[in-house]
Design a protein around this ligand. Structure first.
Ligand code: ATP
Ligand code: MG
Length: 316
C-alpha cells in the first residue's frame, strides 16, 4: 500500500535549492521537479500538492514518443520522431552531434519546456498516459522519468547520504530515519556504489571520483522510484573502468527500470542496449530517426546505408 507522507517544511526544500546553485546545477537537473517553490517550476495553472506518495518499485513501464516535433524559437530541430522504448529494455539513441538526441531525451521528461524559446508538438506516453496531458503533474512526470547527465552533478558539499535522499526531500516525501537508511543502502547498492562508500556516508559527495559521483547521481535518481531512467552520455567523462562499472549497473537496473541512453560510443551501444535508434539531421534540416530496431540488427545488418556508414565509423 502506498504511504501518504506530508510535505516537508519549505525551509528544508529551499536549502536543497541553495545547494543546487553551489553545485552549478538546478533542481530540475537532478532529474526531478522541485516542490519547494512550486510557482517557479509548475506549469501555469498547476497547483502544488501537499502530500506525495512513496511506494515500492512500480511495474516496468513502456515509454512511447509519438510524432515529436520540436523547435527552439523558429528553428525546427526534430521532425515527427516516433519511438517506442520498451519496458525492461535499454534503448540507445545514436547519431552525429547536433541531430537532436539530447533535445529528444529532454522532451521525454518535460525538461525541454525549461528553455524559454522551446516548443514542441506530439505525445509522450508512459504506459499509455500522455505525460503532457494537463492532468499529469510535472512533479509526477519527473519522478516517473528520471535523468542522469553527461557531467556528474552531485551536490558537492552535501554528504553522500544526503545526496541520495535529496530527491525525496524535493518531492515532499518524508520518511522515518530507518526507512531513509534503507533507501540510501538500497539505491547505492543498485547504483553499484554501496561497497565503496558504506563507511563514509557522511563525507561530501564532491570528494568522490568522477565515476563514483556519476553512480551517486544514479542512486539519487533511483531514490524517487522512477519507472524510466534517461541517461545522456553518462560515461563520456569517465575512464574505462568507471564506464564498465556503470554499464554493469545498467544491465542490473534494467530489470526494474526502463533505460534510454544517448551514446556516441558504438561499442557501448552494442554492449548495453537491446534496441537502438539512429538519429540524423541533414545540413539545415531537422533531426529524424533514419532507422531503429534490435541492436544486433542495427549493427549486423542495417537496412539503410547511412546507418551502416555511421555504425561502422565512416562518418559522425
Ligand atoms: N537551448 C537551446 N537553444 C537553442 N538551440 C538549441 C538549444 N539546445 C539545442 N539546440 C539546437 O538543437 C539542435 C539539436 O541539439 P541537441 O543538443 O539536441 O543535439 P545532440 O544530438 O544531443 O548533439 P550532441 O551529440 O552534440 O550532444 C542543434 O541544432 C542545437 O544547436
Ligand atoms: Mg547531446
Amino acid at each position: 500500500m502506498p504511504t501518504m507522507i506530508p510535505q516537508l517544511p519549505k525551509r528544508k526544500t529551499r536549502s536543497v535549492r541553495k545547494m543546487a546553485r553551489v553545485a552549478d546545477t538546478t533542481v530540475d537537473e537532478i532529474g526531478i521537479a522541485d516542490q519547494g517553490d512550486p510557482a517557479d517550476l509548475l506549469p501555469l495553472g498547476e497547483q502544488p500538492t501537499t502530500a506525495m506518495t512513496w511506494h515500492e518499485p512500480a511495474q516496468l513501464a513502456t515509454l512511447e514518443a509519438r510524432d515529436i516535433t520540436a523547435w527552439f524559437g523558429d528553428h525546427l530541430v526534430l521532425d515527427q520522431v516516433s519511438l517506442t522504448m520498451r519496458a525492461g529494455e535499454v534503448t540507445a539513441l545514436i547519431g552525429p552531434s547536433g541531430c537532436g538526441k539530447s533535445t529528444f531525451l529532454r522532451i521525454l521528461n518535460r525538461m525541454h519546456q525549461l528553455v524559454p524559446s522551446a516548443s514542441l508538438a506530439g505525445e509522450v506516453l508512459l504506459d499509455g498516459v500522455d505525460i503532457y496531458n494537463p492532468s499529469m503533474r510535472l512533479t509526477q512526470a519527473r519522478r516517473d522519468i528520471g535523468m542522469v547527465f553527461q557531467k556528474p552533478n552531485p551536490f558537492p558539499a552535501m554528504s553522500i547520504y544526503d545526496n541520495v535522499v535529496a530527491g525525496l526531500k524535493l518531492t515532499g516525501v518524508r520518511l522515518s530515519r530507518g526507512a531513509r537508511d534503507n533507501v540510501v543502502e538500497e539505491c547505492l547498492t543498485k547504483a553499484g556504489l554501496w561497497k565503496e562508500v558504506r563507511t563514509r556516508l557522511r563525507q561530501p559527495g564532491g570528494a568522490l571520483s568522477g565515476g563514483q559521483q556519476q553512480r551517486l547521481c544514479i542512486a539519487r535518481s533511483l531514490a524517487v522510484r522512477p519507472r524510466v531512467l534517461l541517461m545522456d552520455e553518462p560515461c563520456s567523462a569517465l575512464d574505462p573502468t568507471s564506464t564498465r562499472v556503470i554499464e554493469e549497473t545498467m544491465s542490473d537496473l534494467v530489470r526494474e527500470v526502463t533505460i534510454v541512453i544517448v551514446t556516441h560510443n558504438m561499442q557501448q551501444a552494442q554492449r548495453v542496449s537491446n534496441q537502438c535508434a539512429f538519429f540524423l539531421a541533414a545540413q539545415g534540416e531537422p533531426g529524424h530517426i533514419v532507422e531503429h530496431g534490435p541492436t544486433d540488427a542495427m549493427f549486423g545488418a542495417p537496412q539503410d546505408p547511412r546507418t551502416a556508414d555511421y555504425v561502422h565509423g565512416r562518418f559522425g
